[in-house]
Unconditional design. Structure first.
Length: 122
């Protein structure tokens, strides 16, 4: 998926999925009589992180990551795609834990990981 259109489509799908999942959690809480006071939040971060990956069936997938002193367990890998930037090939992982949705990036040029985006309950 090297074309810009496909990448933008995946990003749009990720954002839509995050918004839909947060809305579903809010609706479920509301119907069960739980009062929630939150606004879904989207943050663009671009911060370095440490990642522990797992190797399964010829795939490399993030399992945990450490960001701002806290360790997050990745419960689900929602989307994976890559994009070339000259000599660099960056892999993007749209992942979630039980509360948040993250967009992680792995650069093959310098073997570094970053958290690029975060969706969460405000």
């Amino acid at each position: 998926m090297n074309s810009s259109g496909n990448v933008h489509t995946h990003i749009a799908l990720f954002r839509q999925q995050c918004s839909t999942n947060l809305t579903l959690r809010y609706t479920k809480a509301y119907t069960e009589g739980i009062i929630l006071n939150f606004t879904p939040m989207h943050e663009i971060l671009n911060e370095p992180i440490e990642v522990l990956v797992k190797f399964a069936k010829a795939k490399v997938l993030p399992a945990f990551f450490k960001w701002r002193g806290k360790t997050y367990k990745i419960e689900k890998v929602n989307l994976v795609h890559h994009l070339r930037h000259g000599d660099d090939k960056t892999y993007y992982f749209s992942v979630s834990d039980n509360l948040n949705f993250f967009r992680l990036a792995f650069s093959t040029k310098d073997l570094s990981w970053k958290i690029e985006e975060l969706y969460h309950d405000g």
